[in-house]
Structures are given as C-alpha cells and as structure tokens.
Ligand binder design. Sequence first.
Ligand code: 6GU
Length: 231
Amino acid sequence: MQIDILTIFPDYFREAFDYGIIRRARAASLVEIKAHDLRSWTSDKHKMVDDRPFGGGDGMVLKPEPIFAAVESLTGAKRGADVPSNKRVVLLSPQGKQFTQSTAAEFAQSEQLVLVCGRYEGVDERVAEALVTDEVSIGDYVLSGGEPAALVVIDAVVRLIPGALGSETSATTESFSEGLLDYPHYTRPPDFEGLKVPEVLLTGHHAEIAKWRSKAAEEKTKKNRPDLLKE
Ligand code: 6GU
C-alpha cells in the first residue's frame, strides 16, 4: 500500500511512522508513507494555499487549486469520480462521516490512500464535492487541523494490512471487531499491593477462562460503552 499525506505541515510527520507496528510494516515493504507539502503545488510566488471566505466571516479557507493539482499528480485522477476503485482520496474534516473500525478495514484493502489534511477554518467545499472519494472525521470534537486525524487513520489502517500484526488472529479478537470492547488483560504479579488478578485466569482452565473473558467484555462494554450494546 502507498499512503500519501497532503499537508501544509509535512514536518509534523517526521518520525511519526518510525515506531512499532508501522515501522515494521514499512521495513517489510507492506506500506510506503510519504508526507507532501501542499505548497509545492502552488503556482504563485508567495505559495499561497489559503484565501478569504466568500460571503465573509472569520478565518481563511484552503484554496482548491493546489489540492486538486496535488491529488491529480498523486493519483492520476482529476476528480473523485475518476479515482479507480483500488484507491481512496480522503478528506479529513470535522464535517466528515465517523471513522470506525469498519472504515479502517475498508481502507486497508486499497492500494493507495491519499489523506488530505484540512486546516484553518475550512477547506473549499469543492474538494469535498468533486475531488475526494471519502470525507471522514475521527470523532465529535474539533482539532485545529487534520494532521492528528491522519496519524489516527494511518495507525488504524496499517495494522490491518495482512502481515502487519505479529499473529493474524489478534486483529479479530480485539475491541470493536466483534461489536464489543476487548476483555480485560492481566499479567504478573498475581497480587499487586492487594490488587488481585481474577482467580480463574490463574487456573489454566481454558474453557472457563474463555467464558470469563466473554462475560467480562460484555460488562466492560455495558459500563463504558452502552451505546455499542444497543447496536
Ligand atoms: Cl478529521 N479534522 C479536524 N480538524 N477536526 C476533527 C477531525 C478531523 N475529526 C474530529 N475532529
């Protein structure tokens, strides 16, 4: 997979992909990740990427021309409708559809992912209307730019690329893939300052342990994410 990030802060991503699973996936050539400076697709001498909003109001809006030019040079497609089905062009914005584990699984199937990071008070809407294949948000809060969201999306996607995780089963038993949160995990010591590990986990009785884990996952979900149980 090729991942291209379009941003006015390419240095934000320095070292971001040098750790853990993403580093391993890159080293194994499962994914190549590049951060591109949006300003390199400007054609004026001041390298302007933003302009004032039509209709008035506070703040600046990212101009369409550099973003359209960048996406065309990275994907070969001029419009979202012309982007081949093995590629995704994704606008990261608080107005996007909620990014979930199933979005991550879908994106993990693609050969190229272009992530467009929004900035300032917004991005010219023609990018969402005509250029991208998807517009996603990572949650109901406002970030000052799409860059942290790009990191989140890349992490969630790369670990789902076949071969990126140590064991192929670990992605299917974790939180959300079954509609529930993950079960609680414990390691040594069995008694930490009076805080005990549930007895059943120390027995080696695999059927009982599986039963305990499934019940504990349900209880944890009821406590922290009751919304998931209603689905
Ligand atoms: Cl993708 N971008 C910004 N700027 N804010 C967000 C977001 C994205 N997702 C949640 N909040």
